[in-house]
Design a protein around this ligand. Sequence first.
Ligand SMILES: CC(C)(COP(=O)(O)OP(=O)(O)OC[C@H]1O[C@@H](n2cnc3c(N)ncnc32)[C@H](O)[C@@H]1OP(=O)(O)O)[C@@H](O)C(=O)NCCC(=O)NCCS
Length: 168
Amino acid sequence: MELVKPDAAYRDSFLEGLLEFQADGMDDYLSYERVKQDFPGYVKRLIKSGKPFFLPPGQSPYHLYWLVDGDEYVGRLSLRTKNTRDVMSYLGHIGYAIRPGRRGRGCGTEILRLGLINARKMGFERVLLTCADFNEASRRVIVKNGGVYENSVPDPQGIVRERYWIEL
Ligand SMILES: CC(C)(COP(=O)(O)OP(=O)(O)OC[C@H]1O[C@@H](n2cnc3c(N)ncnc32)[C@H](O)[C@@H]1OP(=O)(O)O)[C@@H](O)C(=O)NCCC(=O)NCCS
């Protein structure tokens, strides 16, 4: 498996993954039909969405990557590059999600491992990871990748998020 930039070549598999995420209660803000109609346009907007010009003030720019297995879309990872107040408190530098159909088989552990390699290449010496205190799978992904617990803070919705540092 590898991390790649979002790419229109993964259209069919991405759309299957989107249906899985939506059936699981995620990504409901996306219209499946609209994404399907103009997939190259969607991918272009996705890449642009992390660039400073397109972000509200105070929000960190980010790089977005897809985890792929051959021609199959498996999941996504975002790497936030600015130490904003939100990033340094409850968001952390890296977020990830594995499509429901591929969970429980090591992909979450692998996507973070690969994301950390990218972060190191980009000059990060350590990164902050966070997970909701009830998200056991994500906690395990973080700890298996070297996460050291610092403390827990509430996010704006009141969800308690555990904060972990990973040295690179
Ligand atoms: C968190 C997530 C990325 C994990 O992906 P995954 O591919 O299932 O992860 P892995 O297969 O590498 O499993 C990691 C560990 O979690 C455990 N695990 C997996 N699913 C679990 C579950 N539902 N409950 C408890 N533990 C679970 C695995 O057994 C493994 O632990 P082990 O190696 O000690 O046995 C995935 O569940 C997901 O995308 N969730 C929705 C988005 C999300 O929560 N992202 C993280 C935001 S902080």
